[in-house]
Design a protein around this ligand. Structure first.
Ligand code: SF4
Length: 340
């Protein structure tokens, strides 16, 4: 089986205190799979739910409903507690408690690299202690010396010196801090890593170094990535396939080259029109499309296709019916009524 991670109709809603209803509908009915050793890029404007999706797959957030399968094992399965009434409002119904496994063994296999390394590293711990803590949780050494050797080896892997082990995070630059974050994720020999905008807080000059390092690690350790970014230009070079999210929904998902050359969803076309293209033939055919209006609130999203309030092709059907996310060409999925 070459699929390492799959999710089926995954939802994540965050209830809002004092408010009736499901609250913030951050992830809405997402289905996708990630093949072993591939990088699936995930893009969309901020607030589209891409980070929540990554964290919900890792169960750092409890999923609301749907199914998550990791390496053939179902690690979460729960029924949808929200049904849509005739007037479009959501009503909560009683459903059985979801099935959830003990995540500790999976915590080792599934790791995350955070967006802001300065916020994700404990300022009171030395770099050696931060990496050592990850080794301690999963008891991944045979002796104290073995533990120290492992810490040094990891620092070397991410391009830091062994003397750095005794320093504190604030003594490092942003790029070096992110290297520590990567070393911490790699410490437990993971298989799958959610890279949650790992370069957006970094200086442009060092972004490519960190991306190259992640690519080298992937090759060396056979890693599988879910690579989240708000910018298509970042993910299109490193991803085998790319998913495009809008307001909690997946709008389009395709092989990277195909998505860049032949986007079929109006929202993807808008995003791509903002990315400069080096190919003069493509740039002649690609006009910049500016979207009208702001992203609606995920607490009160539009009915039907969530993109209809900003889509230049929206029809009555778009306002009423949710388009199905389906395969329109081999390995090319999209959710749009216009595509049939
Ligand atoms: Fe636009 Fe309608 Fe397609 Fe949504 S379903 S993207 S509103 S054409």
């Amino acid at each position: 089986n070459d699929i390492l991670v799959s999710v089926d109709h995954l939802k994540k809603y965050f209830p809002v205190k004092g408010l009736k209803g499901p609250g913030v509908r951050a992830v809405e009915d997402i289905s996708l799979f990630i093949r072993r050793g591939e990088t699936l890029g995930l893009v969309g404007e901020s607030g589209c739910g891409k980070t929540t999706l990554g964290r919900t797959i890792l169960q750092l957030h409890d999923p609301t409903s749907g199914k998550i399968v990791y390496d053939g094992e179902t690690i979460f399965e729960g029924e949808n507690p929200w049904v849509t009434e005739a007037d479009g409002t959501l009503k909560q119904i009683k459903v059985p408690k979801p099935k959830q496994v003990n995540m500790l063994p999976y915590r080792r296999k599934m790791q995350i690299i955070f967006q802001d390394p300065s916020a994700s590293l404990d300022p009171r711990m030395t770099v050696g202690e931060i990496i050592g803590e990850a080794l301690d949780i999963h008891k991944l050494y045979s002796s104290k010396n073995d533990r120290n050797d492992r810490i040094k080896e990891l620092l070397g892997k991410v391009g830091l010196n062994t003397e750095h082990a005794n320093r504190y995070p604030h003594e490092f630059s942003g790029g070096q801090q992110q290297r520590v974050g990567i070393a911490r994720a790699l410490a437990v020999n993971p298989e799958f890593i959610v890279c949650d905008e790992p370069i957006s807080a970094l200086d442009v000059s060092i972004q490519s170094q960190v991306v190259n390092m992640l690519e080298d690690m992937q090759e060396e350790m056979g890693l599988t990535y879910l690579f989240i970014a708000h910018d298509l230009s970042v993910v299109r070079h490193i991803s085998n396939r790319i998913g495009v999210m809008y307001l909690g929904n997946m709008m389009e998902l395709a092989e990277s080259y195909e998505l860049n050359r032949n986007p079929i969803h109006p929202y993807t076309k808008t995003l791509l029109s903002a990315v400069p293209v080096p190919d003069p033939q493509l740039s002649r055919t690609r006009q910049r499309i500016i979207l009208e209006g702001d992203i609606p609130s995920p607490m009160n999203p539009p009915t039907g296709c969530k993109f209809h309030t900003r889509c230049p092709y929206a029809t009555d059907k778009c306002r009423k019916e949710v388009p199905e996310f389906k395969e329109h060409a081999p390995e090319h999925w999209a959710a749009c009524h216009m595509l049939g």
